[in-house]
Ligand binder design. Sequence first.
Ligand code: ZN
Length: 563
Amino acid sequence: MTRRFGAATLLLLLTACGGDLDVDAISLANGMTAEILQERVERFTPARIDFDPSVLEPWEREVLSKLVDASDIMHEIFALQVSPENPEWAGRLAAYDGPGAAAAAELFRIMVGPWDRLEHDEPFLAVGPKPEGAGYYPPDLANEEFERWLGQNPGDREVFTGYFTLIRRDGAGLVAIPYSQAYAEQLERAATLLREAATLSQNASLTNYLNLRADAFLSDDYYASDLAWMELDSRIEPTIGPYEVYEDTRFGYKAAFESFITVADSAASARLQQLKDWLPRLEAALPVPDTYRNPSRSFESPIRVVDEVYTGGDTRAGVQTTAFNLPNDVRVHEQKGSKKVMLRNVARAKFDAILSPIGQTVLAQDMAGRIAFDPWFTNVVMHELAHGLGPTTITTASGERVSVNQVLRDQYSALEEAKADVVGLHSLTVLAEHGVYDAAFVEQAFLGHLADLFRAVRFGTSEAHGKANLIQFNWLREHNALTIDDATGRFVAQLSAVVEANRALAREILMIQANGVYDDAVAFVRHYGATVPPELEGALQRLSDVPVDIRPEYRVLDVRNAW
Ligand code: ZN
């Protein structure tokens, strides 16, 4: 396998360097035109991913530069995970000079392959449908064949279903190839870069993480380096390796390589710590009777606010990540919990390119004009903190302790996301009462959130976040907190009514969670979260010109040549 990947990579390099390999140009998928391709590219608006290099020590710049190179290797591996044929297709696409050639190349770059991630992986090049489970499994492998193999070879189960192996055919049988072998050439280069960065580092926790992660690339054992990642206490905060399993649409077993290279902002982190210190008092201020409070919740899960410097792999494909929660290894959760990382400058770029134009399109003009980044982002942070407020377990009639998640089942995620939104906003009003924020700042946070309702519903309402926002929209409409100006068709918020309705919704959802009656949850979600009313549908149609996401342009690539 290693040789095959090596040859494919070489082809990509030769083509990229203008080598005159004789390759057959690829063609567009049936029905695909230059216009459609261009429209699909323009859903992603270019956005500069900025950070402040002036705060960095010289050694930190050198470390960042190594990590940028290592991220490109993660990207190279991820492209092979999407499909081992990706390098060959990239070469053939470069040889294509027919209609839509430039747009096709750009879309290929955005999607990391020939399938459109915003169109249910529909192919835009003539390569056929995306295999289930991407490049992790043989494309012609039937699930039954995989299960039969595991039934006949029970000793294979652990490694075949593991995070860090590819499945390939081996004669008439199947074989699992560890990532460290399948991508040996790339991972050895990446490990060398991480070790060089570790040597340059003057921060012990960073050095430790980089060395352990370099070891993991070669051993496929990521446990020790995941623990070291939880202990990072460094301005440079890298997250690099195989993590999420979403690309494995077949079974969700296989982890995709990716990288987030970030720098922490000390002022933002201090403000965040201040908010976290308030959590016990915010729990005490939830709009529920005292018997339903949960004073024993722990508030220990670390949250970091950072600026993204560079990314690679899974996270660079398609829609850009603004926050992530890692690692996924439950053994690490048990020992150290997990860490939430919020990418402030990515959030800023999306705010400018998407949220602000949405507000300008759907909200009354004087309201849209007051939406600002800081209050909105504070509200996003509060959403994350609010996941840590409210009931987590209930006692059944038989005296058994069960989690809210277990009793509310398929209704839980949408309700929990809605809870985080409304409890977060409610908590901001509590903080304003204590003088942490002024009233105008909190009003601006509410206005930003109203624009966010439209942004979230745009992605569809079958998934938890979309449904959570639809619930809020319909609740606010029913409580006359959000009305329509007939002359302009824009939504007008009665802010004091919005604050009141939001508080009432917080109470409603918290009580559903506290009582844990599944049928109550079903009835509530059916009433508020099932129907997109015509006025919302109309507003969404007016948003068709607002981009769906951003195409990152990383400042570090411009500045690092001078380092
Ligand atoms: Zn959430």
